[in-house]
Design a protein around this ligand. Sequence first.
Ligand code: SF4
Ligand code: SF4
Length: 164
Amino acid sequence: MKACGPCTLCCRVLAVGELDKPAGRTCAHQKTGVGCGIYETRPSGCRTFECVWLMDPEMPHRFRPDQTKVVLDQDAQGLRLIARCDPANPQAWRRNPMYAALKGYAADTWGTGRIVLAVAGHRTWLIAPREDVDLGEVDSDAELRVVEGPSGKVTVEVGMAGLR
Ligand code: SF4
Ligand code: SF4
């Protein structure tokens, strides 16, 4: 069974509503070399979160989030694979081996209703097999309609509620 080891990236990259901790800011309870300073009483969101690397026994060590600087997350339905980056390192998703893996997953699932997103701060990109579409300041859980035109050009319509 996998363990987080020295990785604590989700404690910085993810928002924790119960603590009013925004995404991209190191949690005040994170202690270097120790981990969570309130481990026994940490919020339920922290207790239940597992990144995709931790959940997937087949995903190699080189994808551990402290190596890639990307926390792989997914929505509850498994329809969105989300590469969450530290806003201080917003292009981390574009580095290999992560980028090749995201492109490969996008190609394998294209047209099935599953999509791949990259997020850094408020900025979101759709990762499509042949291009990446900058969606601007859009929530990663926004309603998105992905359309591929006859020429292969991909456009994304964003539901009003998801615009920032
Ligand atoms: S990002 Fe994943 S591996 Fe790193 S601490 Fe969080 S759950 Fe563990
Ligand atoms: S409370 Fe603990 S587990 Fe939760 S984000 Fe802060 S340091 Fe991480």
